[in-house]
Design a protein around this ligand. Structure first.
Ligand code: NAD
Length: 428
């Protein structure tokens, strides 16, 4: 009989009961269920304060990217990622970039946008003017919500209004622009937008519905650039043209741009996760920004300078914080942030932009020089060997033979493993 997932009072169950219910529902073995209910770093107490209905924690490897140099500072970047080759590729690219002095990065002010959607306004354009006439009052109202932020030099800076044509008729959309300092700022700006909403209704004669930040944080931009000396590019300077051609393809074609930008996010999201920041917010902002011209494009640009060296740059929204969210709670995020010895959240955004550019260089170089599979193969082959049942020294042996055979497939891994075991058995 099919089990029902509708369980009354589920949210009231304690951890042990939740695990029991899940174990029975999902038909887990004792061994599988033993993976739940424990945490080496976060702690089950903290985990249960962070989200609802917790049954366990989920680990990712934390790897170190050496060789990074950003704005003249040497860094070892700890990044959290499940995909093989990202760490190694970044470390290699960071080494090449050192030939040109490393990455140079900067940011705009940490300005976030929150939107207030106002409906049923009979005179939307005049309503826009009425809101803007009261800009100072609106800013004051917003700032009253967060005296701490204001004291730290942040707070609401500006108010903008757009009249939006939609399938449901015109809407008056107010944007509040808020300097959120070292916070990502979602809660901070949402609170301000909620507080301003009744005044917007009064000034427009309309009805406010949504009051929420925009993840298209295009006032909170991070930029990074680098020069890769043509002689420092492996295997040789001929790769420069390959990288330029690969980038031009991505910038012109959304099918390619999606994968190009995914590679950039390999570096960015891995650092965003390691620092406890909101990776969905960063991802949403990145892709919306990439499409802002009306055409989804590459987030990076690659050029050759007068000397024939490769010059790369990236520009994108990076709403990253050091206070609030998981950054302030997660012990591993705290450790990662501490290790970076940051001046503030804007420096974290600068380093993150550099990480994205670094990963992009690694991917473009590998793609245009040797194809991505070769670089991926060694770890991938080991994963396939493990999936086929190899353990201990067998993993290396099976992986080696898979690579030598030129085909990394689960069925071949199984056959190799059987052969190995037979041979070892015969020797006993
Ligand atoms: P927060 O509210 O926990 O902390 C921000 C507050 O900390 C500020 O308002 C300020 O009062 C105080 N503060 C203390 N020191 C500060 C400093 N040096 N700089 C700035 N502020 C300082 O966190 P938040 O950053 O407002 O919100 C982030 C959280 O919101 C994340 O967990 C995110 O996942 C979540 N969130 C995201 C979305 C979204 O992206 N769409 C929506 C809702 C919530």
């Amino acid at each position: 009989m099919e089990k029902s997932s509708q369980i009354s009072g589920f949210h009231k169950l304690n951890l042990a009961d939740r695990i029991d219910v899940f174990k029975a529902f999902a038909e887990l073995t004792d061994e599988e269920a033993a993976l739940l209910g424990k945490s080496a770093v976060l702690g089950m107490e903290t985990a249960q304060r962070m989200i609802e209905n917790v049954v366990g924690t989920f680990e990712l490897p934390l790897g170190l990217v050496p060789n990074m140099r950003v704005n003249g500072r040497d860094l070892i970047l700890p990044i959290a990622v499940e995909e093989s080759s990202v760490v190694a590729a970044m470390a290699n690219a960071a080494k090449m970039v050192r030939s040109g002095g490393g990455f140079f990065a900067s940011t705009s002010e940490p300005l976030m946008i929150a939107q207030i959607q106002c409906l049923d306004v009979s005179d939307p354009f005049a309503a826009k003017a009425r809101i803007l006439e009261r800009k100072d009052e609106a800013i004051r109202l917003c700032n009253e919500q967060d005296p701490i932020l204001v004291k730290l030099g942040g707070g609401c800076r500006d108010v903008e209004v757009r009249v939006l044509d939609t399938v449901k008729g015109p809407m008056v959309i107010t944007h509040i622009i808020v300097d959120t300092r070292d916070a990502m700022g979602a809660n901070a700006v949402n609170t301000m937008a909620e507080a301003l909403a009744p005044s917007i209704e009064e000034w427009t004669g309309g009805r406010v519905l949504l009051r929420i930040l925009s993840n298209l944080a295009d006032r909170r931009i991070a930029r990074a650039r680098c020069i890769v000396r043509k002689d420092a590019i492996k295997p040789g300077p001929e790769v420069v043209d390959g990288i330029l051609q690969a980038w031009a393809f991505a910038d012109a074609d959304p099918y390619r741009a999606a994968t190009h930008n995914k590679g950039i996010m390999n570096g960015i999201s891995a650092l965003v996760i390691a620092t406890g920041n909101d990776f969905r917010a960063i991802e949403a902002g990145a892709h919306a920004y990439a499409a802002q011209s009306g055409h989804y494009r590459a987030l990076t640009k690659w050029e050759a300078n007068a000397d024939g060296d490769l010059v790369g740059s990236i520009e994108m929204p990076l709403a990253m914080g050091l206070v609030g969210g998981a950054t302030a709670i997660h012990p591993m995020a705290k450790l990662v942030v501490k290790s970076l010895k940051l001046r503030g959240a804007t420096e974290l955004a600068e380093i993150t932009a550099a990480a994205g550019l670094c990963q992009n260089l690694a991917a473009l170089r590998a793609l245009s020089a040797e194809g991505i599979q070769r670089g991926h193969m060694s770890l991938h082959a080991k994963n396939i060997a493990i999936q086929a049942g190899a353990g201990g020294a067998e993993i290396e042996e099976v992986a080696d033979r898979l690579i030598k055979g030129g085909k990394v497939r689960a069925d071949i891994a199984e056959a190799i493993l059987n052969e190995l075991r037979k041979a070892h058995g015969a020797g006993n």
